[in-house]
Write a protein that binds this ligand. Sequence first.
Ligand code: FAD
Ligand code: SF4
Length: 573
Amino acid sequence: MCGYGRAVWTPGKRGRPAITDDPDPWPLCAPGLNGESVPMRDRSREEVDACVVGAGAAGGVVGAKLAEAGLSVVILEAGPHWSPVRDFASDEVDGRKLYWLDERITGGADPLQLGENNSGRGVGGGTVHYSMIKMRLQPHDFRRRTLHGAVPGADVQDWPVSYEELEPYYEEVEEALQIAGPMRYPWGRRRHRFPQREHRLNATAEVLVRGCTRLGITAAPAPVATLSAPHGRRPPCVYRGFCHYGCSTNAKSSVLVTYIPRAIAAGAEVRAGAMAARIEHDAAGRITGVLHFRGGEARFQRARIVVVAGYSIETPRLLLNSHSARFPDGLANASGLVGRCLMVHTGEQVFARYAERINQYKAPPGLALTEDFNRELPGADFTSGYTIECVGPHVGHYAAQMAAARGLWGARLREAMLDYNHVAAFGMVGDVLPQRANRMALHASEVDGNGLPVPHVVFGHHENDHRLVRHATATMERIHAAAGGTDLWASGRTAHLMGGCRMGRDSVDAVVDRDGRAFTVPNLFICDGSVFPGAGAGNPSLTIQAVAARTADRIIEMARNGELTRVAERRSA
Ligand SMILES: Cc1cc2nc3c(=O)[nH]c(=O)nc-3n(C[C@H](O)[C@H](O)[C@H](O)COP(=O)(O)OP(=O)(O)OC[C@H]3O[C@@H](n4cnc5c(N)ncnc54)[C@H](O)[C@@H]3O)c2cc1C
Ligand code: SF4
């Protein structure tokens, strides 16, 4: 008992359960928004309709929607279930606990840095410490192959869904997260107003707008997932700027404080500390459930369908680790594409010193942006484009970037740090072309604490990526110079992960279909950033969540139509 009395759950009924004297089906509890405990179902002994692996950006959306439609749902999450008021200390060092820092071997021509800038571990996944910029992809991003043709050395594909099909899901997620954005967003299709008004710009955003305006470049307040007005039990943002270390006020619309409470209220069990190790199947090749480790013990969750939402490294890893006599190369891997076409965004940042005080740590880091370069640029020596956003590294990150990019150390680093409050920085989100050679595979000999082979990630940039970065860096330098910035320096980096289990039109060229359903395993779905066929030039989480919302609706529809036979059989029993 959680001190909430007993509760009864009615399948398909939304909202908190009524308190009754009936036997207690809610024996567990989960952390609530404000330090309280919330009653939760225990579904460990059931064969549930859906087991979702990963409670991040996508897993939270799909788990909540399936539970609200009346399906019995368990969400397995490797990390802890955070309590915002108890666990988030507004501290750079403490924030490290939010990243996925398990061992991963990286290599290739441009080895990826994996950890704080592209992973999350715990309920909410990467949304607990992301920068909250919620961009839609542009309609052309979904048709790159058709519009611009093949690129030698790359594997550019169209998406199997269109912008028009995703548009209602973009709107649904923007509403659920109460995105705050400008009255008129200057780029892309005409759209409805954002649910909340735009945020006031911080100094770095003002610098970006000033520089762009002087150059005739359009800049605008960014759409961000933190409240600009109270919403329900959540207060508006207070602009302290600790967004990368967990928002203790709950203003930030992470999945932890939005979709997860909805999932629990609708009867889902969110099982934290549960690391999925293998997806099992029967003799006919249908999935039967998920073997997972919890508290050092191996457990099995029976499920009629499994939705994998562990992101671009852990999702393919789980599929590859689930190899069997029937699927010797891993689950859903008939195409050989599981783990391949892994992508990032190029994320070069350019810093400049300003006479006025900037306080770059203040407020959410990405409050303004320009999408003027997010298209094919006439005369450019590369295809595709990039977005420029403002960023605001805290002191520890800033010092590390200066040490790496400028070779400063000791007294020289200390002296340069004195300028911290007068520095403003912009970052790019650059499209990176998919290549089959960029991949996550299982390491041949290294295993983790559970005895599971660790990921071996190989990555190298296409020449197009390098050219695009040079163009974007020069543009960021021009904007700084126009805004009055001096002493410019640049720091190379990448951000975000995409691909690894891409969606497509057929089983030769893709792992899952347009609904996220594995071509070769009918009751297995993949629903996270790994399904992206292309990276695009915008922060990915809104598209990840829009695709997840669509996948959830398709699963619900399939269940109702009897396409997922065993789910339908059980639901009508
Ligand atoms: C510092 C930072 C800033 C960012 N800023 C932005 C931004 O401003 N805008 C934007 O759009 N995006 C941003 N992103 C990216 C965004 O957070 C990710 O793209 C998004 O969270 C990915 O969603 P996902 O559902 O695919 O995976 P995640 O959100 O990472 O969720 C995956 C979850 O699965 C769990 N998991 C994995 N494997 C297993 C397993 N085997 N068993 C059980 N659980 C498992 C993980 O612990 C994790 O909680 C940022 C990311 C970072 C790190
Ligand atoms: S600046 Fe706003 S979103 Fe960021 S941690 Fe503070 S209250 Fe949360």
